[in-house]
Design a protein. Structure first.
Length: 396
């Protein structure tokens, strides 16, 4: 069976996150988006874990249900420490086998930092120390480096990361089976780095609000949905079936730049200027594309046979098609009407034939979906925390 999973999200207990990131709303939007398995997010937050423990019901080993949606215990932590006289900051995603495992992990981490302050706690631990603590409490928990290329808080990030997993994880590197590529990169970019060939590439929304769910997702092809089958797929590739991706140029760290001065540059432009902003003279924020090129040992990617598909959220397509804001009532009406008639958002974007959608869908929306599927779009790349701008070239 095909399983669409979005395993990295946040709850209302994370900073800068919508108060709607609660179980009823998450369940509703998971079903509307077309997600078969949703991460709970923030399983290290004591109050959120209490809510999960009180409301989730185990349907398969390690898989829980609420409101008709399926959940896996997941969370994200921020690690800050000094390594080789440099400050290091990375984020890790946890995939945890059970509520009981999450509780043991929380108990072990609570003396190491304030777990209540943020759903994504900041801990003064090295990656190696964190791995040791977690795996002492829960040997089967998977630890996945999050959005690995972004400049801030990422294992390969230009600001505070490393040039290899081995530098970061040392003797525990062999237990890192997957990486999250983040919104600003996609599989072809990652597969230019041969050191990553043995790893599964996962994509997740990292959603801070319900409507952002499934903007990226990971596919599995498994006989049944359990923590064991998902874990085995990530460890061995057996049952790992690919990803749905943002167009990476739309990610907010794809290009180099300096937001305060409005500078957005390709890596070649940055290198020609010795990485200095032409306006203020400060060092530019080095983006994902540049960082990939720094570590790449291939001119072209070796993709293998694992597929990926790039998408634009349906509300964004509708917004451009009718020329009004993405949060407008007009966009919401067309969006809800399409889902009521034709199924989930992911099904509409990627699977349903345009002929099936024709009778009651505005013509320009259909045109936008078709152009998204073929990649007939124009993107102004994102940089230094500014999302890229996607433009669909509609016919006049």
């Amino acid at each position: 069976m095909t399983v669409i999973a979005d395993l990295h999200i946040h709850s209302k207990y994370s900073n800068s996150t919508s108060p709607q990131m609660e179980l009823p709303t998450l369940s509703h939007w998971a079903k509307r988006k077309g997600i078969d398995l949703l991460g709970t997010g923030d399983c290290t937050h004591p109050e959120w874990l209490k809510t999960l423990s009180a409301n989730l019901r185990e349907e398969n080993p390690g898989i829980y249900s609420y409101g008709g949606a399926s959940f896996m215990l997941t969370g994200e932590v921020s690690l800050v420490w000094k390594h080789d006289d440099r400050g290091r900051r990375i984020h890790l995603v946890l995939l945890t086998p059970s509520l009981e495992d999450a509780a043991r992990i929380n108990q072990a981490l609570s003396p190491r930092g304030n777990l209540v302050y943020d759903g994504r706690p900041m801990l003064g631990l090295s990656a190696r120390d964190f791995c040791e603590i977690v795996w002492e409490q829960s040997p089967d928990t998977l630890l996945i480096p999050a959005h690995v290329w972004t400049p801030w808080y990422a294992v390969f990030g230009a600001k505070s990361g490393f040039d290899s997993l081995e530098e970061c994880f040392g003797e525990f590197t062999g237990r890192i089976y997957a990486i999250e590529t983040g919104l600003s990169s996609d599989p072809p970019m990652n597969r230019r780095v041969s050191a990553l060939d043995h790893l599964r590439l996962i994509s997740c929304s990292d959603a801070h609000s319900p409507t952002k769910l499934a903007r990226e997702a990971t596919l599995f092809d498994v006989a049944d949905v359990s923590f064991e089958t998902i874990s085995r797929a990530l460890k061995t590739g057996e049952g790992y079936a690919g990803t749905f991706e943002f167009y990476p140029q739309e990610g907010k760290y794809h290009y180099d730049g300096h937001r305060a001065c409005g500078i957005s540059w390709s890596p070649a432009q940055t290198m020609a200027a010795d990485s200095k902003c032409p306006v203020c003279g400060k060092t530019l924020t080095i983006g994902v594309l540049h960082r990939v090129q720094d570590l790449a040992d291939r001119a072209e990617p070796e993709l293998g046979n694992v597929p990926f598909r790039s998408l634009i959220p349906l509300a964004e397509i509708i917004s451009q098609a009718i020329g009004v804001g993405v949060g407008s009532k007009a966009v919401a009406k067309i969006y809800e009407d399409m889902l009521d008639r034709h199924g989930t958002e992911l099904d509409i974007l990627l699977e349903r034939s345009l002929d099936d959608l024709t009778a009651d869908t505005p013509e320009r929306v259909l045109e936008g979906i078709a152009k998204m599927r073929t990649g007939d779009i124009v993107i102004e790349p994102g940089y230094d925390g500014v999302y890229g701008k996607v433009e669909i070239p509609f016919q006049a």
